[in-house]
Design a protein around this ligand. Structure first.
Ligand SMILES: C[S@@+](CC[C@H](N)C(=O)[O-])C[C@H]1O[C@@H](n2cnc3c(N)ncnc32)[C@H](O)[C@@H]1O
Length: 256
């Protein structure tokens, strides 16, 4: 699916940002409902994917303010957070107390070149990144994934979701002003991107079936949204309507 990209250079997107970005996951009603459920899904996935999660070497790429690092820190053996933005990392340092934090662009530096990780995560990066950056990042992450390891990344702008279709329709008929480009990433794009770098899909989770157009100020009560989204997340038949996915990949079995 071709959509307009919101950034020309995603590498520069969060330079100088930090606290305000972090706070939106607790401040905004719908955003916080999704983040609460996402945390549960992540803990379940990590527990299910590793026989001994407590011994895993974890790297969170584009870790930003450390949401995923802080969540997984108690569950994994050790954590490394990598981001290009020192202001985002400054916030991460206050939350992920045990993680090693590295300010670098892994696609352009030799940092961590000799290291491998059992678990690599990357949240809210791929859908926004321009195609070239997606490829460069995926190349580096797949190279650093240990045999038997898992790459878990999310898609927070999923094409085909009720929210995206509703937003597109209202924009087309002129009832919604287009403040930002309408932009999405399909499941197929995510799976093909990973496959080009030798990775295969193991499992996935979905979230966010309500067509909420203003996550900051939704019209529905928070308790209702929480109930619906928690219920919908357990129904595989609703996955095609979801605005959020979490994908789990592993190195594809070597061809004979
Ligand atoms: C939307 S934030 C996501 C932060 C965090 N993963 C989360 O889910 O809250 C995207 C992050 O990607 C980082 N980023 C973009 N390009 C990068 C690159 N080439 N190397 C490292 N970090 C990068 C940005 O600095 C920003 O912190």
């Amino acid at each position: 699916m071709t959509t307009e990209l919101p950034f020309d250079d995603y590498r520069a997107s969060h330079l100088g940002k930090g606290g305000e970005y972090h706070d939106k996951f607790s401040r905004f009603a719908y955003t916080s409902v999704i983040w609460d459920l996402e945390q549960r899904q992540m803990l379940d996935l990590v527990a299910a994917q590793f026989a001994d999660p407590g011994s895993t070497r974890h790297m969170d790429f584009a870790c930003g303010t450390g949401r995923i690092l802080a969540l997984l820190e108690p569950a994994v053996g050790n954590s490394t957070g990598v981001d290009i933005s020192d202001s985002m990392l400054a916030v991460a340092g206050e939350r992920a107390m045990k993680a090693r934090l590295i300010c670098t662009d892994l696609t352009r530096s030799q940092e961590l070149a000799g290291e491998q990780f059992d678990l690599i995560t990357s949240f809210r990066l791929f859908p926004n990144a321009e195609p070239q950056l997606r490829e460069e990042v995926m190349a580096q992450l797949s190279r650093r994934l240990a045999p038997g390891g898992r790459l878990i990344f999310n898609n927070h702008k999923r094409c085909g979701s009720l929210a995206f279709r509703w937003r597109s329709f209202l924009t087309r008929i002129g009832l919604k002003r287009k403040k930002k480009p309408l932009h999405c990433m399909s499941d197929e794009e995510a799976v093909k991107l990973a496959a080009r770098h030798g990775l295969e899909l193991v499992t996935e989770r979905h979230l966010g079936v309500l067509p909420i157009l203003r996550p900051k100020r939704p019209l529905l009560p928070k308790a209702f949204m929480r109930w619906v989204e928690a219920w919908a997340a357990t129904k595989p038949g609703l996955a095609r309507h979801a605005a959020f996915k979490i994908y789990v990949f592993q190195l594809a079995a070597a061809a004979d």
